[in-house]
Design a protein around this ligand. Structure first.
Ligand code: C5P
Length: 236
């Protein structure tokens, strides 16, 4: 690719595009876990995440959630609006799993109603510590009204995804999203919404169909991702 690489994350690379307000995101086949401590390459994984993300961004836009998505320009190549990213990971949890069960006395799978919002500060050197509203405000990352708007957007994303996956027989346990400001300062959903950033449990069998298959080393990661795409009716 001749475009200038602006940023390479653990599983995506961001390139300058022919338009100043737009970027190209390439979903790579790299998969990592445990703060980058484990790394592998899974052929076609980038395609699955790009395709599912594109589909979910489209549905979310239709449901009134502003996103950075513009269009797919290849199997793993997405054109997006340029955002100034807010360095926060907003995690919405419908059931207890993962770090919530490791760090607090919740039972794995316990329903959380209303859903819990947990926010981490994106800071690799400090291993993305959890923050609260006061820390976010004190760091000047968002103002009070923007913080409330960001949480409301995250809950709206949750509503849309819960209904969608529920209709496909999948339990949306939790997910992580990231937001940024567009050129007018409006908050938009950025990054990706894919099997790398959510937990999905099959309602019939209880098995994970997400990155936990990789984290736990329990089976065929790409097969699990393919099943999610198939349930969403996406032809790959
Ligand atoms: O690990 P934890 O239980 O806190 O993760 C909660 C949710 O957020 C999971 O769906 C996980 O895949 C996602 N997550 C993520 N990126 C991170 C941390 C968590 O996508 N850096």
């Amino acid at each position: 690719m001749s475009e200038e690489l602006l940023y390479a994350g653990k599983a995506k690379s961001v390139y300058r595009s022919d338009s100043p307000g737009e970027l190209i995101v390439v979903f790579r086949d790299d998969i990592t876990a445990f703060d980058g401590g484990r790394k592998d390459v899974l052929s076609r994984k980038g395609e699955y995440n790009a395709r599912v993300s594109a589909h979910l961004f489209e549905l979310l836009e239709e449901a009134g959630v502003p996103t950075h998505f513009l269009r797919l320009e290849g199997p793993a190549r997405m054109r997006v609006r340029r955002l100034a990213m807010v360095p926060l990971e907003v995690i919405v949890r419908n059931r207890a799993a993962g770090s919530l069960v490791r760090n607090y006395p919740f039972e794995s799978g316990e329903p959380l109603d209303p859903p819990l919002i947990v926010i981490d500060h994106k800071d690799d050197a400090r291993h993305d510590p959890m923050v609260n509203d006061e820390i976010i405000l004190a760091l000047g990352l968002l103002g009070r009204a923007e913080l409330d708007a960001m949480k409301a957007l995250a809950l709206r994303v949750n509503g849309v995804l819960l209904e969608l996956f529920g209709a496909c027989g999948l339990d949306l346990v939790d997910f992580k999203v990231e937001f940024g400001r567009d050129e007018w300062g409006r908050l938009r959903l950025g990054d990706e919404v894919s099997m790398d950033s959510m937990r999905l449990w099959s309602r019939e069998t209880g098995e994970s169909l997400d990155k936990d298959v990789y984290r736990l080393g329990t089976g065929d990661v790409l097969g699990a991702y393919a099943r999610v795409a198939e349930r969403l009716g996406l032809e790959m």
